[in-house]
Design a protein around this ligand. Sequence first.
Ligand SMILES: [Zn+2]
Length: 252
Amino acid sequence: MITRTELLAYVDALLATSRFQDYCPNGLQVEGKQQINTIVTGVTASQALLDAAVANEADAILVHHGYFWRGEAAPVIGVKYQRLKTLLEHDINLLAYHLPLDAHTEFGNNVQLAKLLDIEIDGRISGTGDPAIGLCGCLKSPMPLDEFADYIDSKLDRKPMVVAGHDRVINTIGWCTGAAQGYIQQAAELGLDAFISGEASEQTTHLARELGIHYISAGHHATERYGVKALGEHLAAQFGLQHIFIDIDNPV
Ligand SMILES: [Zn+2]
């Protein structure tokens, strides 16, 4: 068992949340009970995740995508009302970590994706942000695009969408989970053979072809399942908590 105050202090320090300029508050987003035994983790604090957390008698929910995004409508009505009502009625804490959880050197989405795909990390891709969030590295055994796409499918259990940029095999690769397709330009400037992110824009296709770099859209949700899960497992081991990772299917 741990108190909410202790858990927050620990995770905020671990993920160095104060170093990030983000689009949402990182840390405690909705306050619940002080004593925490059971923690549920998931990618997004959707109603389905909240309902599953209630069914599992969670004291805290830890997610990558929480609430209160910059520019969203403030009134607590509709979907937002239902979600907050569920949390408040059951006295469940909601902790959300966005960019700090993408970037962390052990539990971050990008490091965890590299682990899953067995890619050797040898640098960072910053995009426009500081600290840098994306990573680059190389495949332990180079392979052509179609083979690499099948490999990703087998690891993530989701068929990626690919755009070919050349006919060489893939050796060097950059990646940034979520909606980081805009980093493709920087990946090409680094001379990488391929870039992986979660989503694609219409223009990503043309950029990949014209920059001469393969683009792989491997799923926003699919690429961001692993950070929060790894963090939850770490917290459970560290503080003797019960931890349940709940995957709410999302094809995007
Ligand atoms: Zn995301």
